[in-house]
Structures are given as structure tokens and as C-alpha cells.
Design a protein around this ligand. Structure first.
Ligand code: AHM
Ligand code: MG
Length: 334
């Protein structure tokens, strides 16, 4: 992506500062938080890229040549994100897929709460499939003079002030929104610098693909079965059947949907009546990003994901997101 002229490229740092300058009353704390996340992303990216060679060297849980126990990458990513988020003192609480309970940082006066899936899709590492980090940022509800509590953790999707994900793929890509559009950055691994690759991403109004674990189709609702059946027929817009594209790694499937359009679904099934994905740190942030790009995101009741109430930090939800036209076709069947 980065070729002859670096001069015209905007670094993540520059972009964050520009955004901060355009926002009256900004204190710089959110900017610092985004920088901290970017730092953790670089460290995780570096480690993910070494995963294959680590396996060859026999470091996956066994003792390595330096005598250290190598942690699984998802634990490593959780630790890196936690360290990064604790650096600046701006985060008072972290909710992670890897931790049963919300974790209070040492900065009890910190202004923000971050929910995250530090390494989503990690079961795909062994087969070299793209994986990612998903995050969601909230302002705390409690007063800064007191310790954060569960009300800080259980916030509404519409309370998110920023959300994003990092995709560790053929390149490392950081996608985020602060509610003013979606921006994409690509890591130049040689320089260790994220450069702006796309600003104000818009999801195509219609896309030619549907994405779900079709192996579960017989366990899905009639609406989903009917939609998939429809996708297999030539559609009115392209005259061709839709493509089925499913990586099984949410960050990758959502990123493709964001850029190329289409629909991504993780429906409720008879085996998983509440769906599989987690509302707080998978569905909320992806829904925020997709909406900011002009798309839609709902659950199986056609409730906007950002309006689905959160009652438990690890709560699951069904999710359907993507291009408005594809989404309207699906939800008409609900
Ligand atoms: P994880 O958080 O344990 O990695 O699980 C989430 C992942 C998503 O990335 C992906 O969309 C989904 O699980 C795939 O599930 P399935 O294998 O059931 O299709
Ligand atoms: Mg996950």
C-alpha cells in the first residue's frame, strides 16, 4: 500500500491530532487512548506474524530455548491490551472476553471504560486465517471521585464514544470511529507506523455476498432459511445468485462486508438460541462502525443492535449487519 511518496500520507498520530483539534473542548484523553490501542495492536500484530515460526520452534505452551513458557496468543493479546490501556491513566475499567469479571485498573479516576475482545477468531490461528482485536470505548457513568462499578460496565450501545477493530491479515489494518465516520489505517510493518488508507468509508448500498455459517442453516429461523434460499437465486440487481463468503473470523467477515457490501449474519440457532457473538465487545462495536459507514445492524427481532439492552457483560446476541438494501430484503422476512 505504501509506495514511492510517504510525503502525502497521513499518519494515525496526525489524524488523531487533527480530529482532536476539530473537536471543541477535547482534552486529548481519548486521543491518547487511541494511541495506546494502536501501540498494543502493533505489538500483537508482530506476535501474530511470528505465530507460525513459534510453532515450528515448539514454543506453543512448551518450554522454549530461553526457558520461558509461551502464553497462548489470546492471553498475550489480552495482557498487551490491558497494559496499553493502563499506560495513560485514562481508563478506569476494562471488560474483556478473556476475563470473567470487569477489571478495575489502578487508575480509579480514569475517564473511560473499554470493552474488548483482544483476539477474536483465535481458533483460526493454527490455519493462518486473519484474526483481530475488537474494542469499544465508553465514558464512565460513575463520578470520577469514586470507584467504578457495574453501572460503568453495563452501558448501552448508543453510549459508545468510539469503537474499532484491528485486523491482522495480509496487512494489519486499524478501523475506527468516534461517531464522525469510519477511518481505515494500514500498518507499514517496516516503519511501525499506521497510515491513513481510507477516510469516511461508505458501505455499498447493495453488495453481492452473504456471509454465515451455512452448516447451521437447518437450525436457523425460517426467515434466515428463506433469505439464504433467495440469495441462491439470481437477484434483481445483478441478475446472478449471491456469492457465499464466510471466513469464520468476525473481523475479516465484517471488514469485507464493510468494503464490498453484502450481509454478515451470526443468527440464533436451535443449538445457540441467543446466538454466539457477544453483545458488548463484538456486536456493539461492529454495529457502531457499520452504522457510521451507512449500513444497518439488527438482532433477530429486528431491534437495532445499538438499542439491544445489555444486562450481563458476556451476554450473547444474534447479529445481522451490512448493506442497507441487503438488510432490508432480509428484515422484510422477519
Ligand atoms: P471467539 O471470540 O471465540 O473467537 O469466537 C468468535 C468467532 C467470530 O470471529 C466468528 O464470527 C465466529 O466465532 C465463528 O463461529 P463459527 O465457527 O460457529 O462459525
Ligand atoms: Mg470473539
Amino acid at each position: 500500500m505504501v509506495s514511492a511518496s510517504y510525503a502525502r500520507l497521513i499518519t494515525l498520530e496526525e489524524f488523531i491530532i487533527q480530529g482532536q483539534n476539530n473537536f471543541k473542548g477535547a482534552t486529548g484523553e481519548l486521543s491518547q487512548l487511541l494511541r495506546d490501542i494502536a501501540l498494543a495492536a502493533k505489538i500483537i500484530s508482530n506476535e501474530v506474524n511470528k505465530a507460525g515460526i513459534t510453532n515450528i520452534l515448539g514454543l506453543d505452551g512448551s518450554t522454549n530455548v530461553q526457558g520461558e513458557m509461551v502464553k497462548r496468543l489470546d492471553i498475550f493479546s489480552n495482557d498487551q491490551m490491558r497494559h496499553a490501556l493502563s499506560r495513560s491513566g485514562n481508563v478506569c475499567m476494562i471488560i474483556s472476553e478473556e476475563n470473567d469479571e470487569p477489571v478495575r485498573t489502578r487508575s480509579s479516576q480514569g475517564k473511560y471504560v473499554v470493552a474488548m475482545d483482544p483476539l477474536d477468531g483465535s481458533s483460526n490461528i493454527d490455519v493462518n486465517v486473519s484474526i483481530g482485536t475488537i474494542f469499544s470505548v465508553f465514558s464512565r457513568k460513575t463520578d470520577r471521585t469514586q470507584a467504578p462499578d457495574i453501572t460503568d460496565a453495563l452501558q448501552a450501545g448508543t453510549d459508545q464514544i468510539a469503537a474499532g477493530f484491528v485486523l491482522y491479515g495480509s496487512s494489519t489494518t486499524l478501523v475506527y470511529t468516534t461517531g464522525m465516520g469510519v477511518s481505515v489505517f494500514t500498518l507499514d510493518p517496516g516503519l511501525g507506523e499506521f497510515f491513513l488508507s481510507e477516510r469516511s468509508v461508505r458501505i455499498p448500498a447493495f453488495g453481492p455476498a452473504y456471509s454465515l455459517n451455512e452448516g447451521h442453516i437447518n437450525q436457523c429461523s425460517r426467515a434466515v432459511q428463506q433469505y439464504v434460499k433467495q440469495c441462491r437465486q439470481p437477484d434483481k440487481i445483478s441478475g446472478r445468485p449471491q456469492q457465499c463468503r464466510y471466513i469464520g473470523s468476525m473481523v475479516s467477515d465484517v471488514y469485507r462486508t464493510l468494503l464490498n457490501g453484502g450481509i454478515f449474519m451470526y443468527p440464533e440457532t436451535t443449538a445457540l438460541p441467543k446466538g454466539k457473538l457477544r453483545l458488548l465487545y463484538e456486536c456493539y462495536p461492529m454495529a457502531f462502525i457499520v452504522e457510521q459507514a451507512g449500513g444497518k445492524a439488527v438482532d433477530c427481532r429486528n431491534t437495532r443492535i445499538l438499542d439491544v439492552p445489555l444486562t450481563q457483560i458476556h451476554q450473547r446476541s444474534s447479529i445481522y449487519l451490512g448493506s442497507p438494501t441487503n438488510m432490508d430484503t432480509l428484515t422484510a422476512l422477519f
